[in-house]
Design a protein around this ligand. Structure first.
Ligand SMILES: [Ca+2]
Ligand SMILES: [Ca+2]
Ligand SMILES: [Ca+2]
Ligand SMILES: [Ca+2]
Length: 253
């Protein structure tokens, strides 16, 4: 076996584990339901009656949380991830079944209904948070709009089984690792690494490849060719970045 081949195989096996970096420590978890969810991730705020304004629950270091909209109710999720955590620490995301959307709050403070809390912008500039997001989107057609930090995200489960749906994974900035699932023949993933040194793996083995990638410095089992559709008399072609946009979208209902 040539050295190059050996390195390639080793990288592929490491990639298939969707492994967290060595000594990574989970500083929090955000879990969806088996139905359709919208998860909006940012810094947790509470109402300060004395000053009549939303105020960070942890003014010194911030607290990572999310507002979860499920089919039955709304809830505030708070984690132990703060500006004290390092780049070896991560918040675990499990969206389970259903067609889920995960986004990151980039500006503004929004009240999380049915809770006394609000979600403010991801604070990577002001609070110097280093932790990353890690997890799986579960079965169903899911959309993930990632953080400014590193995101390691799988379109279905960590076993990469086929969920028969199209998933959209957008890493934006940070060195992201984005993974699809098996069998690309009837469905496809769209993996957009954005800026940074990104790794994308479509997982499937179809030929030609159905999974699309863009902005991924290293990619496997996917194609950079645009996805094209017949639209009347002409063909319209899209890349993953057309779906991701320039930054995570505002998904507040
Ligand atoms: Ca779900
Ligand atoms: Ca999925
Ligand atoms: Ca990212
Ligand atoms: Ca990136």
């Amino acid at each position: 076996m040539r050295i190059g081949t050996f390195i390639g195989v080793t990288c592929a096996l490491a990639a298939l584990g969707a492994a967290t970096p060595a000594q990574a420590i989970e500083c929090g978890s955000m879990t969806g339901t088996e139905g359709d969810d919208t998860l909006i991730i940012g810094e947790v705020y509470e109402w300060n009656a004395a000053i009549g304004a939303w105020w960070p629950v942890n003014p010194a270091f911030g607290v990572l949380g999310a507002c979860l909209f499920s089919e039955v109710d709304t809830s505030l999720i708070s984690t132990s991830c703060t500006g004290v955590n390092t780049s070896a620490d991560y918040a675990n995301i499990e969206m389970l079944g259903g067609d889920d959307a995960v986004t990151v709050q980039m500006s503004g403070i929004q009240a999380c209904p049915e809770s006394p809390y609000a979600i403010g912008p991801w604070w990577s500039g002001g609070w110097n948070n280093k932790f990353f997001l890690y997890g799986s989107l579960g079965e169903g057609a899911d959309s993930f709009y990632g953080s400014p930090n590193r995101d390691i995200i799988v379109s279905n489960s960590m076993s990469f089984t086929d969920d028969g749906e199209d998933d959209l994974l957008c890493g934006f900035s940070g060195d992201d690792a984005l993974y699809g699932d098996t069998d690309d023949t009837s469905d496809r993933e769209c993996l957009d690494g954005g800026s940074g040194e990104d790794f994308c793996h479509g997982i499937g083995t179809s030929s030609p490849e159905q999974d699309r990638v863009i902005g991924c410095e290293t990619y496997w089992s996917a194609t950079t060719a645009p996805e094209c559709f017949w639209n009347g008399w002409w063909v319209e072609c899209y890349t993953c970045s057309d779906y991701c946009g320039a930054s995570p979208p505002d998904l507040w209902p």
